[in-house]
Design a protein around this ligand. Structure first.
Ligand code: NAD
Ligand code: TDX
Length: 343
């Protein structure tokens, strides 16, 4: 298996995966990416041109997908509409890309008999209570909360059906929250880092007790490559690095890491349906495939990420104002301000 088609390779995790593959294998990679607001071809800058082909196109384009799948050994499917807040404002692109696009890819790998790896999320399992020791496993029932997570759950179920009904050789991985370089400034960690750089106070949704299980994108990439090479078709693997932290602790760590007082942030209106806690039990991946995270030190990873955004303003500057305008248009305001205005 030396020729990969990577969908969504100009996005955050896809780009990190391609950097990882270029550094750790001799594979040839073709990227298929629509370059939505979330895609940046510049994230692939500097990679060897003789091993990387970039195709600007849509995973819903059956003719294009068929031709590209025919020419590779395996498909790694990252392309998605990925942001929960956007899915609350406008769900339709999520159905189109995450469900119809995944269907188009599945039909192509079925026709050409190619290996498929589907990138999914822990959000398909819904959320956990704050005060329970439970974590998600491969056996946790699906219970998605948002338009985004429900379309990811739908795409996972399509993959399972294509395995069972048509014998497609597919694996699925469900990973927890990623952080690292090349992440869009709409997402929690880069939004706050770039807010602080711009002199804007960081924004914490609701009380900030919500817990996310953070993993560095490089550890996610290592796990995906391992599953592609040694995973058992038909199986699902959960990926997580035991990185549970609540949002309040993360925002305070970012502020302190950037030399600001830990309390220099604002509470803003909470996300509707905001999942409380995600937590991954990745025992299967660790025991069956021998994966361990090598960047599990969150403080070190966060410091490196802050450094990256400080050094790469050219990469994110263009997206920043439009992203903050989108949040303002969606009605984000200081917590309590809505009720004060209503009085
Ligand atoms: P992202 O939004 O940063 O990137 C998505 C990429 O897909 C972009 O380059 C975009 O241009 C491309 N794309 C969107 N629609 C397309 C289409 N119709 N055709 C072709 N390309 C299209 O997303 P991300 O955070 O890198 O997430 C990548 C994948 O990983 C997604 O499937 C997501 O569900 C999954 N995931 C993300 C996280 C996380 O923490 N970000 C965690 C677990 C799983
Ligand atoms: O400004 C903010 N303030 C805030 O408190 C933003 C943008 C977010 N938050 C909170 C909401 C979440 O509890 O931070 C947490 C993380 O938010 P996001 O970065 O939007 O991520 P999340 O909704 O947890 O989903 C992410 O992880 C799972 C990815 O965006 C998904 O693609 C992935 O499937």
């Amino acid at each position: 298996m030396r020729r990969l088609l990577v969908t969504g390779g100009a996005g955050f995790i896809g780009a990190n995966f391609i950097h990882y593959v270029m550094a750790h294998t001799d594979f040839q990679v073709t990227v298929l990416d629509k370059l939505t607001y979330a895609g940046h071809e510049s994230s692939l800058k500097g990679l060897p041109p003789d091993r990387l082909t970039f195709v600007h196109g849509d995973i819903c384009d059956e003719v294009l997908v068929d031709a590209l799948v025919a020419g590779v050994d395996a498909v790694v499917h990252y392309a998605a509409e990925s942001h929960n807040d956007n899915s609350l404002a406008a769900p339709l692109p999520f159905l189109q890309t995450n469900i119809v696009g995944s269907y188009v890819l599945l039909e192509a790998v079925r026709k050409h008999g190619k290996r498929f790896h589907h990138i999914s999320t822990d959000e398909v399992y819904g959320d956990l209570a704050l005060d329970e020791p439970l974590r998600f496993t491969e056996h946790t029932p699906y219970n998605p909360s948002s338009p985004y997570s429900s379309t990811k759950a739908g795409s996972d179920l399509l993959v399972r059906a294509w395995v069972r009904s048509f014998g497609v050789e597919a694996t699925i991985s469900n990973c927890s929250n990623n952080y690292g370089p090349f992440q869009h400034v709409e997402k929690f960690i880069p939004r706050q880092i770039t807010n602080i750089i711009d002199g804007i106070r960081p924004k914490l949704y609701g009380s900030g007790e919500n817990v996310r299980d953070w993993i560095h994108a490089d550890d996610h990439s290592a796990a995906v490559l391992l599953i592609l090479q040694r995973g058992v078709p038909g199986e699902t693997y959960l990926i997580g690095a035991d990185g549970e932290r609540n949002n309040k602790d993360v925002i305070e760590a970012i502020l302190v890491g950037m030399g600001r007082p830990a309390d220099a942030y604002d509470h803003v209106t909470d996300r509707p349906g905001h999942d409380l806690r995600y937590a991954i039990d990745s025992s299967k991946l660790r025991t069956e495939l021998g994966w361990t995270p090598s960047k599990a030190d969150f403080a070190a990873g966060l410091a490196e990420t802050i450094h990256w955004y400080r050094d790469n303003e050219d990469w994110w500057r263009e997206q920043k104002a439009a992203t903050e305008a989108k949040y303002a248009a969606a009605g984000e305001q200081l917590a309590g301000a809505a009720s004060r205005q209503g009085r």
